[in-house]
Design a protein around this ligand. Structure first.
Ligand code: HEC
Length: 154
């Protein structure tokens, strides 16, 4: 499923990675930054049911604060309270938990990308990112996505 936007997205990804550098992504191991997920997304290889999703919820303060509560309950152990990939359980993981504060701003991190990642986790890639599809409702996943969009500023 190559599309017109593919070369555009790929070039943005390369530029983003070159300019942010692995250091500022909070990576403690060389080569630990995980690009497989981005590559698969950009090549249009994510499962069809996710491909065209966009967040159906309004970015209301209620949804954002519910998303924050869900994030705080499930994610800081690996990704850190402010999404910097520095949670205590994440320290020894390779690849490291993503620095969400940075990667959420990459153009590739669309609603579909976030929903797919949270639903299916990293099993297909052999990473430690858990699949939340059976634990959280769709609504809860979208609320977390809205919270991530705030860049951890709330
Ligand atoms: C057990 C540790 C662990 C927990 C808990 C965890 N993650 Fe992850 N997460 C990872 C790892 C490791 C990666 C990098 C590998 C990958 O993408 O599969 C990752 C990747 C991601 C990505 C991919 C985005 C990117 O920028 O590369 C997102 C989004 C994400 N996590 C969000 C979350 C959210 C939201 C929660 C809580 C609901 C959560 N994670 C809980 C370990 C974890």
């Amino acid at each position: 499923m190559w599309s017109l936007r593919t070369p555009y997205m790929l070039s943005l990804l390369v530029v983003a990675m070159a300019t942010t550098g692995c250091q500022s992504l909070g990576i403690n191991e060389p080569n630990s930054f995980f690009v497989g997920r981005y590559t698969q997304y950009v090549l249009g290889d994510i499962p069809n049911q996710y491909a065209d999703l966009s967040n159906p919820l309004p970015a209301s303060s209620e949804n954002i604060s519910d998303g924050k509560k869900l994030y705080q309950a499930q994610c800081p152990v690996c990704h850190g309270a402010f999404g910097e990939g520095d949670g205590p359980a994440g320290k020894l993981l390779v690849p490291s938990p993503a620095n969400l504060a940075v990667t959420r701003r990459l153009p590739v991190a669309t609603d579909a990308f976030i929903f797919w990642t949270l639903s299916e986790g990293g099993e297909a890639f052999g990473t430690a990112m858990p699949a939340f599809g059976n634990q959280l409702t769709d609504k809860e996943i979208w609320q977390i996505a809205l919270y991530l969009n705030t860049g951890f500023s709330l």
